[in-house]
Design a protein around this ligand. Structure first.
Ligand code: SF4
Length: 349
């Protein structure tokens, strides 16, 4: 993906996952060692998201000290941006596979998920957010959503709002999500609640942007405890970028249709439907979708059926327009421009 200097507003690496400030994370080493003992494991794979890879060797050192001498720890070097993105090669070759930084997208005994809950106190920024939320005397219903990193504080957040007179609505959106109230960069179904306002507590702007686009009827307030700011979600800039990409792709003749081979990012039927309908569309399979890897394909535009965030965060860095499947339908004239919406991803594998 992109370099540091080119990170866009909604980039995952601008959220709590990137250690701008050195913060403490709970690596749950004892839980991992218990699992190693329980399974008599001799090989253990460790997978970290990009922002925490630099911690990998020291976590492996700490585990070595705690585990029996015969246990070998191995680090995954594959890029990793979500629970959808397991290093299946290393997973198949180790007795225990530990995935740090995300909560389970699919429960399996083979993988130990260590979500790395943030220790940032969320209540001060929620106090500030009260000024931007409707007063409970006028609108008492509020939806509450957050990311996996702050899920350990979800009950405290709910209690905080209830004590101030709000009725908090929450749900577990669908099977792609682990928790009630959780959102992902590709899934905001937990905000489908009977409330006209939604409070998002978490780092970064991408999640609440997707949330606001997916739920244009709701007032979305961002309480960001990582950067210590409260802002209403504003989709205008983002929408302009997406309209621009669609317009640039409208004259495209040859389309590259990207099917992502990462375990939780594949939308095979969607990719197949596109190539079945368009003789000038070519299916391209790949794991990591980067500008460099696509540069040598002689295409006029691309449509990405993998992670929607690659399209929206890194889209401007590709040499040709990169669209979501919904945007593709608009660009080729199958749907009207006003149907432009956020690309969301449901289900697992
Ligand atoms: S597909 Fe969803 S869960 Fe996976 S990296 Fe993209 S936004 Fe995150």
């Amino acid at each position: 993906m992109s370099q540091d200097s080119a990170y866009t507003d909604g980039d995952l690496r601008n959220t709590g996952m990137r250690l701008k400030h050195d913060r403490e994370w709970d690596y749950e080493l004892e839980r991992i060692v218990d699992a190693i003992d329980d399974r008599d494991a001799t090989t253990v794979g460790l997978q970290f998201p990009e922002g925490l890879k630099r911690r990998g060797p020291s976590v492996a050192d700490d585990l070595r000290k705690l585990a029996d001498d015969g246990v070998t720890f191995m680090l995954s070097g594959q890029p990793c941006y979500g629970a959808c993105d397991l290093d299946t090669y290393l997973m198949k070759r180790t007795d225990v596979f530990v995935h740090f930084g995300h909560s389970p997208m699919k429960n399996t005994d083979k993988v130990i998920y260590v979500p790395l809950f943030s220790n940032v106190d969320v209540l001060p920024i929620m106090e500030e957010a009260l000024e931007t939320l409707e007063d409970p005397s006028e609108t008492k219903d509020v939806g509450l959503v957050t990311t996996a990193q702050h899920m350990n504080r979800y009950d405290a957040m709910t209690e905080f709002l209830e004590e101030r007179g709000y009725e908090v609505h929450s749900r577990r959106g669908d099977e792609r999500l682990t928790h009630e109230g959780q959102v992902l960069g590709c899934n905001y179904a937990s905000a489908d609640v009977p409330a006209d306002q939604v409070l998002y507590v978490g780092g970064g702007k991408f999640h609440p942007l997707g949330l606001a686009m997916e739920h244009p009827d709701k007032h979305v307030v961002i309480a960001d405890p990582v950067n210590n700011v409260v802002t209403p979600a504003d989709t205008d800039k983002f929408m302009k970028q997406r309209y621009g990409a669609v317009h640039r792709a409208m004259d495209a003749k040859k389309w590259g249709v990207i099917f992502c081979t990462k375990i939780g990012q594949g939308r095979w039927e969607q990719a197949q439907d596109i190539i079945a309908d368009n003789d000038d569309a070519y299916l391209i399979t790949m794991d990591e979708v980067t500008p460099d890897r696509l540069r040598n394909f002689d295409m006029d535009a691309f449509v990405n059926t993998g992670c929607p965030r690659i399209t929206t965060d890194d889209g401007p860095q590709f040499h040709k327009p990169m669209l979501t499947p919904g945007e593709y339908e608009i660009a080729v004239g199958n749907e009207p421009l006003e149907n432009l919406s956020f690309d969301t991803f449901h289900g697992t594998w």
